[in-house]
Design a protein around this ligand. Sequence first.
Ligand SMILES: [Zn+2]
Length: 128
Amino acid sequence: MAAVFRPVADDLASAGHSVRLDPDPSETHDGRQRAQLILDGEVLGSLVVDPTRGMNTALLLLADLTQDFLVGRRQRQDDGTPWPACVAGHLHPMRIVYGLDDPVWTCPRDPRINVPIGKHPGRPFDLP
Ligand SMILES: [Zn+2]
C-alpha cells in the first residue's frame, strides 16, 4: 500500500501536509490491501487497493479517494483551498481521469493541462 500510495503522499506533502499510513483495524484478508490515511494527525479515512487491477488504476483510485476525504475535511473546517491546486487563476482542484495511460492530475476545464501524480508542486502553478 505504502508504495502505491507514495505519489499521492508526495503531492500531499508538497502542499504542506504531514501524511502517515496506519494499519487498518478493519482488515478482512480478502486480498485487498487496506490502510488508514492519517493527515496532519487526523484519521481521514480508509484506503483500499485491489492489487489485481493494476498499479495505475490503484494509484488513480487512491488519488480520487484521498481527494474526496480532503474535500470533506476542508468543508468541516470551512477551508475552500483546492487540492491539488490547478494553474494560477483557476479556483477548482485538479481531478483524476480514469482510463489514461499515465496517472495524472487534470484541469477539469482544459484537459491539456495536467501534472503527473507525485509531481504536483503543491500550489497554483503557471502554465508552461
Ligand atoms: Zn484548471
